[in-house]
Write a protein that binds this ligand. Structure first.
Ligand code: SAM
Length: 202
């Protein structure tokens, strides 16, 4: 779950891994922002990238899985948004923006182990343009995830756990846990999405 080989394997077949639709907290927080440039880190099969592109954003999808990025690029082409999307193979744990900045930097359900999401959040802030937004969403710890091992459960976080990763130049707009119904293997579960939205001051 934490290293590229398991994700490469997961994305190697033909079967879709994710729904293809956008994540609800992305839709909730980004609807109403003025479209510009966006970076989605841990983009997987590209559902969020495609939704953003359809809202008028020019989007870079980033992931450490080459197979994931290839799938995402294929889905973007099928959705008719290839011309406003591009792809970047990066490991979020060592991410450096290399001087590139975006009006929106977003990441959903990345969950690196050992509390590393705080450092990932800090790294992603470097890629946010002045006046731009950072949206970080992940699973809040929950008894629902009993099938996961202890390391995986420790990789879940609350939005407020990430606040130490935000430099002073960021204003926190949202830091809470949002209820959501998740369906897995045909069974519905009540879970919470930890949601951090911050804006870089101009
Ligand atoms: C649970 S999936 C979520 C995919 C997508 N964001 C979504 O919500 O549908 C996590 C994704 O993050 C990627 N990933 C996990 N750890 C990563 C890391 N350290 N750097 C970059 N990508 C990573 C995986 O390859 C996978 O595509």
């Amino acid at each position: 779950m934490f290293e590229p080989p398991s994700w490469e394997e997961r994305y190697s077949g033909d079967e879709k891994v994710w729904s293809g639709g956008p994540n609800p907290q992305l839709v909730a927080e980004v609807t109403g922002l003025t479209p510009g440039t966006a970076l989605d880190v841990g983009c997987g099969e590209g559902g969020d990238v495609i939704w953003l592109a359809r809202q008028g954003w020019r989007v870079t999808g980033a992931d450490f899985s080459a197979n994931g990025l290839a799938r995402a690029a294929r889905h973007a082409a099928e959705a008719g948004v290839a011309d406003v999307t591009d792809w970047w193979q990066v490991d979020a744990r060592t991410f450096t923006s290399d001087g590139r900045t975006y009006d929106l930097v977003t990441t959903h359900f990345l969950h690196p182990p050992d509390g590393a999401m705080v450092q990932v959040t800090r790294r992603l802030t470097d890629a946010v343009a002045p006046g731009g937004h950072l949206l970080v969403v992940g699973h809040a710890p929950s008894a629902v995830f009993t099938q996961l091992n202890a390391t995986q459960r420790r990789a879940m976080f609350l939005a407020e756990d990430l606040l130490p990763g935000l430099p002073d130049r960021f204003q926190v707009l949202v830091a809470d846990q949002r209820p959501r119904t998740m369906t897995r293997d045909g069974i519905s579960h009540d879970v919470h999405d930890s949601t951090l939205l911050a804006r870089r001051r101009t």
